[in-house]
Design a protein around this ligand. Structure first.
Ligand SMILES: [Cu+2]
Length: 120
């Protein structure tokens, strides 16, 4: 019984210490601010990197092919994408002007899938 009481007191102290650490002005509690301006996606080893990218409206994304193999960037709904195959070192740029989720893939290697999320 005595041990239980000690444990209870210890946990109350710990809880108090934790809640004191987390004030509303704590920088760690602020929401993630999405990146804006220019962002890059690398095409390497048959994958888009990063595969999931969140950007702000107005951001231009540049995809650069670093693979020996040719790849392209095709929107799943075909509303945007590179019309031609990107050879090694070649890039494709697209500016996202509306918020939404934009899944895309490589037209040749359809298992290469990725998504751009655009937020206001
Ligand atoms: Cu490909």
């Amino acid at each position: 019984m005595k041990l239980k009481a000690i444990l209870m007191i210890v946990s109350i102290i710990l809880l108090t210490a934790c809640s004191m650490k987390t004030s509303p002005t704590d920088a760690g509690n602020q929401p993630l601010i999405p990146v804006t301006g220019e962002k890059n996606v690398t095409i390497d080893n048959y994958a888009f990197s990063p595969a999931d990218l969140t950007v702000k409206v107005g951001t231009t994304v540049t995809w650069t092919n670093k693979d020996a193999a040719g790849h392209n960037v095709i929107a799943t709904d075909n509303s945007w994408g590179s019309s031609s195959l990107l050879k090694t070192g070649q890039s494709y740029r697209y500016t996202f002007t509306k918020a939404g989720t934009y899944p895309y893939h490589c037209g040749i290697h359809t298992e290469m899938k990725a998504t751009i999320t655009v937020v206001n």
